[in-house]
Design a binder for this molecule. Structure first.
Ligand code: SAM
Length: 272
């Protein structure tokens, strides 16, 4: 049985936030979302594991930034629906004073995010579209929570591939990088088309891209060079830009064992 639809949400059109919620085993999705997700699973049977690997990467990256990088403020762009191990939980477990701003452009995320995440005066949820960086960077709530003269943890985790080629992903990244103080960290997870290097994974990338674009209007599986360029002159930390599940994997991350390795890349870079 479908629940009451929150205000501003169209349950007849699929949304990436709800498709992803379905992959993660959440309940905030509708029939239209499940259809897109099932088609994605037909094309890439390990898409569910990739979603979970994405969350474990996010936890490892944020823990690294807070514990080793000394980061005390985070801007999580395209944050998605609240799930297990949210950024503020991971960061504030290391440093309770760490401030976290979640940004998303999907009303379902904002509705649930406000209810579940914004529970304290160091965590907040702000509506915003990464394709319009100025609106985010100049948002009064963002400026109240974040101090751009101090190191920031900037998270672009599985959102940049939803910025199409004609929406200037290079310019978007350049603008966000331009506000980073020395010592800031940037994490990116991005859909990857490995081309001739891994023809099977490349075929999956092309088909998955077709499914996403037909149904959601976004989704780009880019090359390693394109993804690498989004870090600009920041310095990738070890192990570099690698298949998602391999970024500082821990022994308990068993899911990596049955994950196709080449369709998603992840990396964290530091501004010297
Ligand atoms: N970052 C979370 C994670 O990795 O678990 C969620 C990733 S989810 C696949 C992508 C999220 O990006 C969705 O919540 C979607 O609403 C959001 N999103 C897509 N395009 C966006 C845009 N242009 N501006 C802001 N958020 C966007």
């Amino acid at each position: 049985m479908e629940r009451v639809v929150p205000h501003g949400i169209d349950p007849t059109k699929p949304s990436i936030a709800r498709v992803y919620d379905y992959f993660l085993g959440g309940k905030d999705n509708y029939e239209v979302d499940r259809r897109v997700a099932e088609e994605a699973l037909r094309i890439a049977p390990d898409a569910r594991e990739a979603g979970r690997a994405n969350r474990t990467f996010l936890r490892r990256a944020v823990r690294h930034m807070a514990a080793e990088g000394g980061i005390r403020q985070f801007l999580d762009l395209g944050s998605g629906l609240p799930t297990r191990g949210n950024v503020h939980e991971v960061a504030q477990a290391v440093a309770p004073e760490a401030r976290v701003v979640y940004v998303d452009n999907d009303p379902v995320v904002l509705a649930h995010g406000r209810a579940l995440l914004a529970t304290d005066d160091v965590t907040t949820v702000v509506p915003g579209d990464v394709r319009r960086p100025a609106e985010i960077l100049e948002h009064p709530e963002v400026l109240k929570f974040l101090d751009f003269s101090q190191p920031l943890g900037l998270l672009f985790v599985s959102v940049l591939h939803h910025v199409n080629d004609d929406e200037d992903p290079d310019g978007v990244m350049e603008r966000f990088r331009s506000v980073l103080a020395p010592g800031s960290h940037l994490a990116i997870v991005h859909f990857h088309n490995p081309g001739d290097e891994h023809p099977e994974a490349s075929k999956i990338a092309v088909e998955a891209e077709r499914n996403f674009n037909q149904n959601l209007g976004t989704g780009r599986w880019r090359t390693r060079a394109e993804i690498g360029s989004y870090f600009g002159d920041l310095e990738l930390i070890e192990p570099g830009l690698v298949p998602l599940a391999e970024w500082r994997a821990e022994p308990e991350d068993l899911i990596r064992q049955n994950l196709t390795h080449y369709n998603v890349l992840a990396g964290v870079a530091r501004k010297p």
